[in-house]
Design a binder for this molecule. Structure first.
Ligand SMILES: Nc1ncnc2c1ncn2[C@@H]1O[C@H](COP(=O)(O)OP(=O)(O)OP(=O)(O)O)[C@@H](O)[C@H]1O
Length: 226
């Protein structure tokens, strides 16, 4: 496997509070990594550094082949859109498509949209308004919206947290399928160790001032996070 992201001595200090210290890790292309750790340890801070919305105060992140050509998709925490939200699932997913200067979609964009809707099992639901979709369908729509720009790396930030267990499993099974079929690289930020164990192959465990990374099989079976 080739390396996609590499952190060298990465650190983040806010005012005088050090949140991340001397992080060194590599994310390989095609891997599925759970980012775990107790509340307030710095998981979201690390995600913000990864997606480029925050500059680290120490060390560096390197991206392969380079930061400009690496496309990162981000699925935020589940947000329950209002029932009145007017867009259909199809239109909602296409909001992230590239050619924003045209008021209509090109043929290739329509084809890409059809493909993502099929991959996320939303084809039959594409005319449903997002506001009327179930929690799991909404979350799949967010996932499809992140996938439409063909990311090299997909970050799921507690994306399943407020869903019921069956829906969580459905979303994660879908992500795992995309990983298996298309080599999608995934970072799953979660407090749910059962899901992490079941669907991802390695973990990055942030502890206060320290961290641990390894294959999922080596994660302490008795670990409790909060
Ligand atoms: N912009 C900021 N300025 C100052 N402190 C910040 C800022 N962003 C985050 N912090 C602090 O950094 C620490 C880590 O926060 P972060 O949100 O990264 O933790 P987390 O592991 O994602 O927590 P949770 O699991 O509760 O979401 C917290 O103490 C938080 O208050």
């Amino acid at each position: 496997m080739t390396e996609l992201v590499s952190a060298k001595n990465l650190g983040m200090t806010f005012s005088n509070r050090q949140v991340l210290k001397d992080l060194n890790f590599k994310i390989e292309r095609g891997s599925m990594t759970s980012l775990i750790g107790p509340n307030g340890v710095g998981k979201t801070t690390l995600v913000r550094i990864l997606i480029g919305s925050l500059q680290p105060t120490a060390g560096e992140l390197t991206f392969s082949p380079d930061k400009q050509s690496l496309n990162i998709g981000y699925v935020p925490q589940f947000r329950n859109l209002e029932a009145e939200y007017p867009l259909s699932i199809r239109s909602f997913v296409s909001l992230n498509q590239l050619t924003k200067h045209l008021p209509w979609h090109t043929k290739s964009e329509r084809q890409a949209l059809d493909k993502i809707l099929a991959q996320t099992h939303l084809t039959a639901l594409q005319k449903t308004t997002v506001g009327n979709a179930s929690g799991g369908e909404k979350q799949k729509a967010y996932l499809a919206q992140a996938l439409i720009s063909e990311p090299d790396l997909l970050i799921l930030d507690e994306s399943t947290a407020s869903l019921d267990i069956e829906t969580k499993e459905e979303v994660m099974a879908l992500v795992a399928e995309l990983n298996r079929l298309h080599g999608l690289t995934v970072i799953f930020v979660t407090h749910d160790l059962d899901l992490a164990r079941k669907y991802t192959d390695q973990y990055l465990f942030l502890k206060r001032g320290q961290y641990e990374m390894g294959p999922m099989s080596q994660l302490d079976p008795n670990l409790e996070l909060d």
